[in-house]
Design a protein around this ligand. Structure first.
Ligand SMILES: [Zn+2]
Length: 302
């Protein structure tokens, strides 16, 4: 049976409701000193605010080693009523100390599978997706190694694979490697940050593969590309790809959180969604927020 693997267990995909398909409850990286998302209290307030605006589920793309706080996720989900999906996988190598990656050499796929099927660390909380990352218009050796392990873990478990595209670039390289070389079915791949490369042709080419396309990041420091998002999604809807679009907030710093005065997760529902509805209509927005994530994050777990 197809199910979404949440931190409280497997659920029917229809139970997700309105889904923030790419965000972070917790996230710490040496690259963002002083901006760590590591407060349980702030996470609870942020999720409650998201819930108050009609939010039903948040998919956290924080991978291995970047402060996921897996054990804190189930109580947060229970307390706020927001379903949470956690991730395994790895980010770009710049986010890690060398010894962390060295310890995973030769066993990354095994670790990913264990986190998807047994639990993250000793928490017993299972991941529901595999996060990987590409580079700017290309893939370095680290990205290829991680994607190889992610593909292996996908084949072993059925888990979806979510990809950070650096500034929205590199989709063809990622699809060639993950799907072409490693055999991951395109409809099990979610490409993130498409909004940061506002090229409608590149979007349609990626969509033609059958993969999901996530438009995410309005919670972050202002991007000049933010205002192009509604038109980009409209182009995809008009080209027949409305069933492949996902929307996310991608809050990665404390300053971006709504409880600290930033836009945060609620912004997605308060301002981004009404603006998107002006471009594509309420029906297409419902698919993007509810129907598409239910398909994208569900898996026939094995
Ligand atoms: Zn992210």
């Amino acid at each position: 049976m197809s199910a979404v693997r949440t931190v409280l267990g497997d659920v029917d995909p229809g139970e997700l409701g309105v889904c923030d398909a790419h965000d972070h409850v917790f996230f710490t990286s040496p690259r963002l000193p002083g901006e760590e998302l590591n407060s349980v209290g702030a996470a609870r307030a942020e999720l409650s605010a998201f819930r108050a605006h009609g939010g039903g589920a948040v998919v956290q793309w924080t991978p291995y080693g970047l402060g996921r706080r897996a054990a804190d996720l189930p109580p947060l989900s229970r307390e706020t009523g927001v379903r949470l999906v956690a991730a395994t996988g790895l980010h770009q190598d710049v986010h890690y100390a060398e010894d962390v990656l060295a310890a995973l050499r030769g066993r990354a796929a095994e670790v990913f599978v264990a986190e998807l099927t047994e639990g993250i660390g000793t928490s017993g909380v299972r991941a529901g997706l595999i996060k990987v990352a590409g580079g700017f218009h290309g893939l370095d050796a680290h990205a290829r190694w991680v994607m190889s392990a992610a593909a292996e873990a996908h084949h072993a478990t059925g888990a979806p694979v979510a990809v950070h595209l650096e500034l929205g670039t590199g989709a063809p390289d990622v699809l060639e490697l993950l799907c072409g070389e490693f055999g991951v079915p395109p409809h099990r791949v979610i490409l993130g940050h498409l909004n940061r490369l506002p090229d409608p042709v590149a979007h349609r080419q990626a969509a033609a593969s059958g993969c999901y396309l996530a438009f995410d990041g309005p919670s972050r420091a202002h991007h000049a590309t933010d205002w192009r998002m509604p038109d980009a999604v409209r182009d995809l809807v008009e080209a027949g790809h409305g069933d492949q679009v996902l929307l996310g907030g991608d809050t990665t710093t404390a300053a971006a959180r709504s409880v600290d005065g930033g836009p945060g997760m609620p912004h997605l529902l308060r301002r981004v969604v009404p603006r998107l509805a002006l471009a594509v209509g309420e029906e297409a927005v419902r698919r993007v927020l509810v129907d598409n994530p239910a398909r994208a994050f569900a898996a026939d777990w094995r």
